[in-house]
Design a protein around this ligand. Structure first.
Ligand SMILES: [Fe+2]
Length: 129
């Protein structure tokens, strides 16, 4: 871990971490921010797939001392689902099958790293009737 990362780590467990500059991600952000693949438009009440991946741009460590513990998925502030990971046995990627029942504006994936806190990835979504 770099000195800069260690200095920043003290703050990482306070609140939710997001990209400071989405078009210029740091290595820490590349490793932790969940990437969401999902349709831009979905139909209210119909199931669709959402794929979430942590470390797409830069692989995150996956060992007992340092790993992604879970992913939570929300539509705006509404909880949808969660997946837990086991260090060295499962990688932080998952496909969820969900349906939305309210006019959500955004899908939110929260990834929790045991050393670097919780990180948020967002993707706009439109729900049609
Ligand atoms: Fe980490």
């Amino acid at each position: 871990m770099s000195r800069q990362m260690m200095e920043r780590s003290g703050d990482l467990f306070v609140g939710i971490n997001e990209a400071a500059e989405p078009n210029n991600l740091s290595d820490l952000e590349k490793k932790h921010i969940p990437f969401i693949d999902a349709p831009e438009t979905v139909t209210k009440g119909e199931y669709f797939d959402i794929r979430v991946e942590v470390g797409r741009l830069l692989a995150h460590q996956n060992e007992y001392q340092h790993f992604i513990q879970f992913l939570d998925l929300y539509a705006d502030d509404a909880f949808l689902t969660r997946v837990d990971f086991m260090a060295g046995r499962s990688c932080p990627k998952a496909t969820f099958c969900v349906s939305l029942h309210h006019p959500a504006k955004e899908l939110r994936a929260y990834a929790h790293c045991n050393l670097h806190g919780t990180w948020l990835g967002r993707k706009a979504v439109s729900v049609t009737e």
